[in-house]
Write a protein that binds this ligand. Structure first.
Ligand code: DHB
Ligand code: FE
Length: 280
């Protein structure tokens, strides 16, 4: 039977891919941020999950504003990255597991999450940068991936509570798959940031730290906020943090906090790395 061993959170800012590609990770601006990934990298290399379900948002590479699914699951055996206009070379393709994806899709739809299924899916910085920060860059990636895209770009976006419930359904979907796979769920994006408008540059450290603490120990806390309340506190792009709740909903109610690291600011964002492990 497949089982979820834990979850990891990570920011996904494009500048992270640039810093990695240009060997800047040990420069003063970046060092503390990347040091925050070391215990997460060690945990992943010790636990060696077979599959990472990456909960992320697309920023216009795969879905443009004319067609935006609320939730979309990759159902392919390969996922390609592409040029997003940052002058970054696309990374090597990611291996998927279409059979497992279709099982997840079927289970989610049975549980009344009528997701969009994608037999082709280009993955942008929201997906690629957390994986690069957590595993390094590879020509052959050390983990099979399944992209699960959440619309956090064009309103209306799903609520925090809906994301948490999607995570609970995802757990059920994974645990009903007969193959012995060890699965990790990545909750990406966030924390607080706003990239445009009068409040551009907004970061709320107190809210970020509360989110990190509560998502680990009391995830219901965040499910009580409306999207307007989250955006008021965390900025318009801070709404990405709802994706952490998909990861959290997929875990047991009590989890072991293996690692927690917060760094601010990095680019325009408050960045958090959490490693949460299921007991047994
Ligand atoms: C930044 C953050 C994001 O989530 C994003 O998609 C683009 C840029 C930033 O902080 O620079
Ligand atoms: Fe983003």
């Amino acid at each position: 039977m497949a089982r979820i061993i834990g979850g990891v959170t990570s920011s996904h800012i494009p500048a992270v891919g640039n810093a990695i590609a240009n060997n800047q990770t040990q420069e003063p601006y970046w060092k503390r941020f990347f040091d925050g990934y070391k215990p997460a990298q060690a945990w992943l290399s010790e636990k060696k999950p077979d599959v990472a379900i990456v909960v992320y948002n697309d920023h216009g590479l795969n879905f443009f504003l004319d067609k935006v699914p609320t939730f979309a699951l990759g159902c392919a055996d390969t996922y390609h990255n592409d040029d997003e206009g940052w002058a970054l070379k696309p990374v090597a393709p990611f291996k998927g597991d279409a059979q497992f994806s279709w099982h997840i899709a079927e289970s989610l739809i049975q549980q009344e999450f009528d997701i969009c299924t994608c037999q082709e899916m280009k993955v942008d910085h929201g997906f690629v940068n957390p994986i690069r920060a957590l595993y390094g860059t590879h020509e052959v990636w050390p983990v099979t991936t399944i992209p699960l895209a959440v619309n956090t770009v064009q309103h209306p976006v799903p609520s925090a509570l809906r994301c948490y419930k999607l995570g609970q359904a995802l757990r059920q979907a994974v645990e009903s798959y007969p193959e012995d796979l060890r699965v990790v769920v990545f909750g990406t994006g966030g924390l607080s940031h706003q990239l445009q408008g009068e409040r551009a540059g907004l970061i709320d450290v107190e809210f970020d730290l509360d989110c990190m603490e509560k998502i680990a120990n009391d995830p219901q806390w965040m499910t009580r906020f409306s999207n307007s309340e989250i955006m008021r506190r965390a900025g318009t792009e801070g709404i990405e943090t709802i994706m952490w709740l998909v990861m959290r909903g997929a875990l047991q109610s009590n989890v072991k906090v293996v690692h927690k690291h917060y760094h601010v600011p990095i680019s325009n964002t408050g960045a958090g790395v959490l490693v949460l492990e299921n007991y047994g």
